[in-house]
Design a protein around this ligand. Structure first.
Ligand code: ATP
Length: 303
């Protein structure tokens, strides 16, 4: 469990590959259950899944309507039974806490219908929000706008109801909607305004998600809180350094005489430092998040 962007998907794969038992993952993010908008909904990529089987991830047609919490309970419950019947461990991961609640709650007795181990990845809110804003920029760089343009280019976009509430869809509707795009595409301010709203709404979603988790914890759910703030501080520091280097690189490129030397000299050093930076935050992740989580899950499995 945890807010959007806190590393839940990564942790679920880390756990599935490091706990000494075979595991499969069930997605509990209400936007990621549908096909499409992979960048905007931030679905874990195939290489990042490391061969671990995922259920309810990009399986549903958004034109079939919004999946209700009760429908999720049935579908995810069937996945839990299927995974368990094959002797494997079901790992539920996603930010939709109403879906998790609906899956677990015992309708006839108080408490959970499963024996669960809860992990909550928590990140100090200002740090998470800073990270989320940069993640939006990265999503834009990796093709979110093209994905949205394609979404809105289909005449039947309004019928893909399952995806209409995805952050990015309402914010970009005015920009991309048929008839508007030709006049909007050169309008920087409409575009920038939409990106700013996407950032604001992403931070708001994170705040709401954490609020719900805190309420579940105070309501008696035995959540193990794992603090990932240092990981995100490290990632932000790495991103700052990379941005400073990119700016320096741009400056260098302007000096035509130095260009060739920059290519074969500092280019190699830069690539190395990028790798080093990645290694640094990966080390903090292992120490602060992954190792404690593996310990918690192993202890739970031994009980
Ligand atoms: P509620 O209890 O109000 O139904 P919830 O916890 O079940 O909330 P959330 O997962 O918090 O649901 O999602 C609420 C809204 O946040 C979605 O309708 C959508 O606008 C946005 N949202 C959630 N997940 C994503 C995602 N992966 N990508 C983009 N937007 C998302």
């Amino acid at each position: 469990m945890g807010a959007t962007g806190c590393g839940k998907s990564k942790l679920s794969v880390d756990l599935a590959t490091s706990c000494g038992v075979e595991a499969e993952i069930i997605n509990s993010d209400k936007m990621q259950v549908y096909k499409g908008l992979d960048i905007a909904t931030n679905k874990i990529t195939i290489p990042e899944r490391k061969g671990v089987r995922h259920h309810l991830l990009g399986d549903l047609d958004p034109a079939d309507g919004e999946l209700t919490a009760a429908e999720f309970r049935d579908a995810a419950g069937a996945a839990v039974s299927d995974i368990a019947s094959r002797g494997k461990l079901p790992v539920v991961v996603g930010g939709s806490n109403s879906f998790i609640y609906s899956l677990l709650v015992d309708r006839f007795h108080p408490g959970s219908r499963y024996d669960c181990c809860f992990l909550w990845i928590d990140v100090a809110f200002p740090v998470l929000c800073d990270y989320l804003c940069r993640r939006v920029d990265e999503m834009v760089e990796t093709g979110m706008m093209e994905e949205m343009a394609e979404f809105y280019s289909s005449e039947s976009w309004a019928g893909r109801v399952g995806l209409l509430k995805t952050i990015g869809v309402p914010e970009l509707e005015w920009y991309y909607k048929m008839g508007n795009f030709e006049s909007n595409k050169n309008n920087r301010s409409v575009y920038e305004d939409a990106v700013r709203k996407i950032k604001e709404n992403t931070c708001r979603l994170a705040e709401r998600q954490v609020g719900k988790i805190v309420r579940l914890k105070s309501g008696g759910w035995d959540l193990h809180r794992v603090d990932a703030t240092d990981v995100f501080r490290e990632r932000l520091r790495a991103a700052d350094e990379a941005a400073a280097e990119a700016a320096a690189e741009e400056e260098e490129e302007m000096e035509v005489v130095m260009a060739a030397a920059a290519e074969c000299g500092s280019g190699g050093a830069r690539r190395k430092s990028r790798k080093k930076r990645r290694r640094q935050w990966a080390e903090v992740w292992e120490k602060e998040v992954m190792d404690p989580s593996v310990k918690i899950v192993k202890r739970f499995l031994e009980e």
